[in-house]
Design a protein around this ligand. Structure first.
Ligand SMILES: [Zn+2]
Length: 296
């Protein structure tokens, strides 16, 4: 078996499924997917809505799940951070995997010039018609060039879908201004659900395996990151993390059910106590390959 792509160690556990395997590095905590030949990883960022997660995914992707985007906490904290590093003025923003387009609308409201990329053509049905001229409906890998470079490139819950995400980052470097920044909002495996999955896998392997699959988002996700895991991979690819943090998606984004929302919020309380969260947020800029590893 190949070593961990992040820390190069061979301490790897493998969990096999019909679609392929989830590989977990016991050293750095990185989790990544390996697909069987029969399953071709679709480049569409949200490439399936089936089974248990069907209604949650549909609700999550609907523009109605963010009723007042100006108050949507993840956007609020993103724009607050942006204001500290790039105060005032209009910015050129590229949003990869723009989904329902709500983030694009928020950028426009704040006076930024924004372009979106969305691989899933069915999103046209829920994206407001006035916004569609700003969106390129194509897998990002198939886009050969952009006009002017961007100040900011964002991946809102889309980077973990891309098996070749780090190669893509390196390609995007050419379309980022010299003082540009990339924002990655990715899944993070240090939270109550992932920890519970780990313990259940030890006690009840079959049930734990199913829970692990759910936490990972396999096969739709290609990665389930740990902080060390993604930091090493970014460093190896010549990216420097300038700021990072952990958070959770507001429960209101998943369901209208009040009881369920309360249960989710209770779980989030545990995440805050352990300083973790289901979401990792990373602001990165071009750096020197291996700089952090050499310093550590
Ligand atoms: Zn590792």
């Amino acid at each position: 078996m190949k070593p961990c792509p992040s820390c190069d160690k061979n301490k790897i556990d493998e969990y096999s499924y019909e679609e392929g395997s989830i590989l977990i590095c016991r050293n750095c905590g990185l989790q990544w997917a390996r697909y069987t030949g029969r399953v071709e990883k679709n480049t569409s960022l949200i490439d399936s809505r089936e089974g248990l997660s069907n209604s949650i995914t549909n609700y999550y992707m609907s523009s109605g799940s963010i009723t007042s985007s100006g108050c949507y906490p993840p956007y609020r904290s993103f724009f607050r951070f942006l204001e500290t590093i790039k105060p005032g003025g209009s910015l050129r923003i590229l949003d990869i995997g723009c989904g329902n387009g709500v983030f694009l609308q928020e950028c426009l409201k704040l006076g930024h010039d924004v372009t979106g990329i969305e691989a899933d053509d069915t999103m046209r049905e829920i994206i407001p018609p006035g916004l569609q001229s700003r969106i390129i409906f194509s897998p990002v890998e198939k886009i050969s060039a952009f006009g002017q470079p961007f100040d900011v490139i964002t991946f809102w819950d889309s980077f973990e879908h891309l098996a070749d995400g780090f190669k893509l980052l390196n390609r995007l470097r050419a379309y980022l201004k010299n003082d540009g920044i990339i924002y990655l909002r990715v899944n993070n495996n240090y939270d109550i659900f992932n920890i519970a999955a780990y313990f259940i896998t030890c006690l009840f392997p079959s049930m734990g395996k199913r829970m692990l699959k759910l936490c990972f988002g396999f096969p739709h996700h290609a990665w389930n990151f740990s902080r060390t895991g993604i930091s090493n991979l970014l460093d190896k690819n010549g990216w420097q993390v300038v700021s990072y943090g952990f958070s959770d998606t507001p429960a209101s984004r998943f369901t209208k059910n009040v009881l369920l929302r309360c249960l989710i919020e209770l779980a989030y309380l545990f995440n805050r106590m352990i300083r973790g969260g289901k979401i990792g947020e990373y602001y990165i800029v071009p750096g020197v390959k291996g700089a952090a590893l050499r310093c550590s």
